[in-house]
Structure formats: C-alpha cells, structure tokens
Design a protein around this ligand. Sequence first.
Ligand SMILES: Nc1ncnc2c1ncn2[C@@H]1O[C@H](COP(=O)(O)OP(=O)(O)OP(=O)(O)O)[C@@H](O)[C@H]1O
Ligand SMILES: [Mg+2]
Length: 337
Amino acid sequence: MATAAPSGGDIRADAAVHLRGRVREIARTRARVARRVVGREHELDLILAAVAAGRDLLLEGPPGASKSTLLRAIAAEWGIPVLFVEGNVDLTPAKLIGHHDPARVLQEGYRVDNFVDGPLVKAMRLGGFLYIEEFNRAPDDTRNALLTAMAEREIEIPRVGHLSAASTFRVVATMNPHDNVGTTRLSSSVTDRFNRVAVTYQDAADELRIVALRAPLADGDLPAELARALRADAVDLTRATRAHPDVRQGSSVRGAIDLTLVGANLMAMRGVSEAGGARLDHDPARQSYAATVLDAMTVALSGRIHLDEAVQTTPEAVLREIWEDHFLLNPAAAKPG
Ligand SMILES: Nc1ncnc2c1ncn2[C@@H]1O[C@H](COP(=O)(O)OP(=O)(O)OP(=O)(O)O)[C@@H](O)[C@H]1O
Ligand SMILES: [Mg+2]
C-alpha cells in the first residue's frame, strides 16, 4: 500500500518528539528569564509550564512579590506583548473589549474601522498576554466577559464581528488573596477556568540580592562598607514589618529598595560615612547611622505598612519599635562580626 493511516505508535512518537521540542524551548526560556529575575526558580517552572501549555493563569500573592517581574521577563524573552489592565470597579466590560469612537460614529455611523480596541481585543489580535492586576477588584460582569474569550479563544464584538485569538493569547490575572478592601470573591465559574500559582515573599538572601540589583549605589555615593550595612539593615527592618503583631500587611521588598535609596541620600547629605560598631551607646558614629536609618524607615515604610484595625497605635510608633528591637535590644544582629 502506498499510503497508510499512521498507526497509534506513530502518533505517540510524533507527540513525544513535539513535547521534547517544547521542553527544550521552555528550558532555554527559563535560563534566559533567570538572568533577569532573582531566585524564583520553582515558580518560574510552574508559570512557564502552564503558559507554554496554552493555559490561563491566576498569580496570587502579596504586593511586591515579583508577579509582574516574572511575567514581564517571560513575555520579553518570548517577544510577546503584555497589555496591562488595572482591576477596579471602573473596569467595565466595554473598557476591556473596546468601543466605537463616538465622534466618528456621529459622522460615519458604526463602522468596523471606528472601533477602538480595548486591551482584551488587542491581546487577542496580537497574541499577547492580557495581564489584569487586582483581579478580585474588577466587577463580576467584567470577569464574566472574559470567560468566553478564555474558553472559546474567540469573541463576537457587536457591529464589528467575529474575532479569533492568535495562538499565543493568554489571560494572566493577579490578586492579593488577603486584600479585603474593595474586593469581591471570584465565582467558581471564574476560578474553574484558571490555573493558579501562589507566590509568597522571598527569603532574606534573595531580598538582599534584589535590593543590590534595584538600589545599586555607585562607589561615589557611599563607601562600599556603609552601602553593604545599609542594604542588610534595610532588608532586616523591612522583613520585621511583616512579623510585627500589630501589622496586618507589612512592606514588600519595594520598601527595602526605597529605604536603601532614601537612606543613602540622607547619609550623603549628613556626611554619615560609616555604620559604626555593634553597640549604640558611647558610639557617636553608630548613633548617627542608626538615627538616619530611622528617618529613612519613616519615609520608606510608614505608608507601606497597614495596621490591624483593632490596635491603637501609629505606623511611626510601630516602626520605632522595630528600629529599637534591631539597634538597641539585638545589637549583635545589627552588625555581624
Ligand atoms: N525576584 C525578583 N527579582 C528581581 N527583582 C524583583 C524580584 N522580586 C521583586 N523585584 C523588584 O521588586 C519590585 C516589586 O516587584 P513586582 O513589581 O514584580 O511585584 P508584584 O508582585 O507585581 O507587585 P504588585 O502586586 O504590587 O503589582 C520591582 O521593583 C522588582 O523589580
Ligand atoms: Mg505587579
């Protein structure tokens, strides 16, 4: 016989070759993304596996836990556009899908070419990632409008027609599950259509590397030893805001980055040139260093920490407590060696 239907064995062999090719491609992307992101190897594997499989994804975690950083890095490596949308009560289905330009409608009537694409339609046309932040703040009807696009990979736009999504179109939604202001619970018809990857804060060593990357202090800015001490203290103090009993939500690594940058400027302005010894008492250099760190903490962290509603204190008082624990009660931890 000249032609024969492929046997089951051939189909399985084809599928295996295809999968091996895809795994190699994922491994290459993973290596390139890893150069832009500190740590997060495990999460990166999970996200890449889901997105490469053509699935939509819900990324859950507190603010500043590298959700956008991971997604941007993956999209950049694949050359895929990302369309960012902020989830809030004003995000109507029309804002997501698009609208006809009202001025042109008055002159020309409804036409396909006076339709202004919203981010969902753009992402479907371009094969991009539609990245919806704070997904649990978007209204229910907007979330439902997404469901058809996700399930069918196509939508019907009134007076425009049918649109099929390019193959790389994905919906990636993010939310902080502990955010209880202005949020609503996702219905099970929404959650049933998503895969989910949860991220938490990274460990202190990773956060130190992130701060070194994002708050690179040039040699001329601060003496290297002082810059090292400031970064280490910024990371420890910021992490302590997450463990304080009066704090509902502490600061992310963004606070440590800003504490380092603000602290470095204050130190340069005040002529602080060293972090001093291990103890505060009888060490003026240590005292002026620690006082400057307290000022920088107030600027960088007081707006970022959210206190428990039941407590009678202020962010400044909580930060001062954390500072005292760090510099007075636990001086050995304040300066290793
Ligand atoms: N793993 C990481 N590698 C490099 N930079 C990081 C990492 N994690 C966080 N950052 C830096 O910390 C900041 C916050 O990260 P990012 O914007 O990714 O957080 P997010 O989870 O998207 O936060 P949000 O929920 O508020 O949008 C950014 O400046 C980013 O550069
Ligand atoms: Mg983000």
